[in-house]
Design a protein around this ligand. Structure first.
Ligand SMILES: NC(=O)c1ccc[n+]([C@@H]2O[C@H](COP(=O)([O-])OP(=O)(O)OC[C@H]3O[C@@H](n4cnc5c(N)ncnc54)[C@H](O)[C@@H]3O)[C@@H](O)[C@H]2O)c1
Length: 99
């Protein structure tokens, strides 16, 4: 793989919201390939044919967490438990200004 990121993500802990969805699952796959520790936070995948399920990425990432991002206390608890370096989002209604 051509390393256009110059190992920026290697060893970084990245919390991805919506990692069971389409964009989030691909983002998780790429971040994992780039050497990041991915912490995924989302609801269950919709179907057994979703990219998240078929790719098996849930078994390769550091943590595969089910939570509702509207539940502020739960999200704060996850952020406390998993100190992260950055937080890209694949889930709707979750701006980085709220982090
Ligand atoms: N998932 C797939 O593999 C797949 C495959 C082909 C097409 N698509 C389509 O692609 C389109 C765009 O994909 P997308 O990635 O923008 O959306 P998506 O619906 O695939 O993913 C949204 C993500 O946000 C999460 N999410 C939503 N509300 C949440 C909440 N309150 N708390 C926590 N997590 C929450 C979901 O659990 C999911 O992980 C969708 O319309 C979908 O139907 C998906």
């Amino acid at each position: 793989m051509i390393d256009i990121f110059h190992d920026f993500y290697r060893g970084k802990r990245v919390l991805v919201t919506g990692h069971t969805g389409f964009k989030g699952s691909w983002l998780s796959i790429w971040l994992h390939e780039l050497g990041a520790e991915v912490i995924g936070v989302a609801q269950d995948p919709f179907t057994e044919r979703d990219n998240f399920v078929l790719s098996g990425i849930g078994q390769r990432i550091k943590a595969d967490i089910r939570a509702d991002i509207r539940d502020g206390e739960r999200i704060k608890e996850i952020f406390r438990q998993y100190q992260r370096d950055c937080v890209p989002s694949g889930s709707p209604a979750f701006g980085t200004s709220e982090l």
